[in-house]
Design a protein around this ligand. Structure first.
Ligand code: ASN
Length: 320
């Protein structure tokens, strides 16, 4: 995808025409098979597949986050209560694991009202889906190996089922060599500057992990060593971040300290904090795979609008 995509390419003025095009059919066929492979792979590994929530009183604050560009956090009133649209199910995942669902995943629609200028990146949508998973007691390396295994299986499956469609799309599937390389964010920042994600992705020909990224309170931070036990998976050829995750904080004092430090309203997370205080939360690790971004890369498209049946591009609200 190397270049920024022209907005004219993603005119969604005729939604139906774009939806019925031969190319979209090919892409969405590959999308469907990607979902089959992803979910089968997690199920085979003993995960429980649950359905998402779309509204809740507390959701991921997406703050602080060095790459965030959220311009609104939509709320609505339900039965006299203010609720938010899901930005991610991170808190729900922690509760599930604490409640005994030791390996769990959800295909979770997230609404993130990104700034309009993010339409140009070709990688942002204001509604997208994560395959959001969590594993009790897991460490960073466990998640690395799990994801590398799942991705290899997805590629193998697509090679078997979708050779013809991928050829027509001009999308050649790469074989990866796992384990992927691991970099610390600081080293990439030193080499590439603030736009390290895009630049390092353009230069790379294989996916790679990035760790130690200062961000939201729920990612585990070693306060003594000043190190975050979290990670992003970056795709090559300019496709950028496709997954973010972490080992988690579970101790009340640390969570409360980080919320205060970062200016996150503790009042909004009262129930979650109560559980943490009762010692209910447990160590876990997990991540969310951005499904549209994964398919964008696998089908070698240049804009996320090409892989969504009903594009949700920042700043462009379609009739349906
Ligand atoms: N799904 C991510 C995680 O598991 C959180 C996020 O999307 N902000 O860490």
């Amino acid at each position: 995808m190397k270049t920024q995509v022209l907005l004219e390419n993603i005119q969604v003025s005729d939604l139906f025409e774009s939806l019925s095009s031969a190319q979209k059919r090919l892409v969405l066929h590959v999308f469907s098979e990607t979902l089959r492979a992803l979910t089968s792979s997690f199920l085979r590994r003993g995960f429980t597949w649950l359905l998402p929530v779309v509204t809740s009183k507390a959701t991921d604050p997406l703050w602080p986050d060095p790459v965030a560009s959220i311009e609104a956090r939509p709320e609505l009133e339900l039965y006299g209560e203010r609720v938010r649209l899901t930005q991610s199910m991170i808190l729900h995942k922690q509760l599930l694991v604490a409640a005994g669902y030791e390996k769990v995943f959800v295909l979770s629609p997230n609404v993130r009202v990104e700034r309009r200028d993010r339409a140009k990146t070709g990688r942002h949508a204001y509604e997208f889906t994560q395959l959001d998973f969590e594993v009790k007691g897991a460490k960073r390396e466990d998640i690395f190996r799990l994801v590398e295994g799942v991705l290899s299986e997805v590629v193998e499956h697509l090679e078997e089922c979708c050779e013809k469609q991928l050829l027509e799309l001009g999308a050649e599937l790469e074989k990866f060599r796992a384990p992927f390389k691991v970099y610390r964010m600081k080293e990439l920042e030193e080499k590439y500057g603030p736009d390290w994600e895009t630049l390092a992705s353009i230069e790379s020909s294989e996916p790679f992990w990035v760790t130690d990224i200062p961000r939201e309170f729920y990612d585990y931070e070693d306060l003594e060593r000043g190190e975050w036990h979290n990670y992003d998976l970056i795709l090559p050829e300019g496709y950028g971040e496709v997954l973010s995750g972490a080992e988690r904080e579970w101790q009340y004092d640390k969570i409360a300290y980080k919320m205060r430090r970062d200016g996150v309203s503790m009042d909004s997370y009262r129930y979650y904090l109560e559980l943490a205080k009762r010692g209910v939360l447990v160590p876990s690790a997990g991540a969310g795979i951005g499904v549209e971004r994964l398919v964008l890369w696998l089908t070698k498209r240049s804009h996320i609008a090409e892989v969504q049946p009903f594009p949700r591009i920042p700043g462009i609200v379609t009739p349906l």
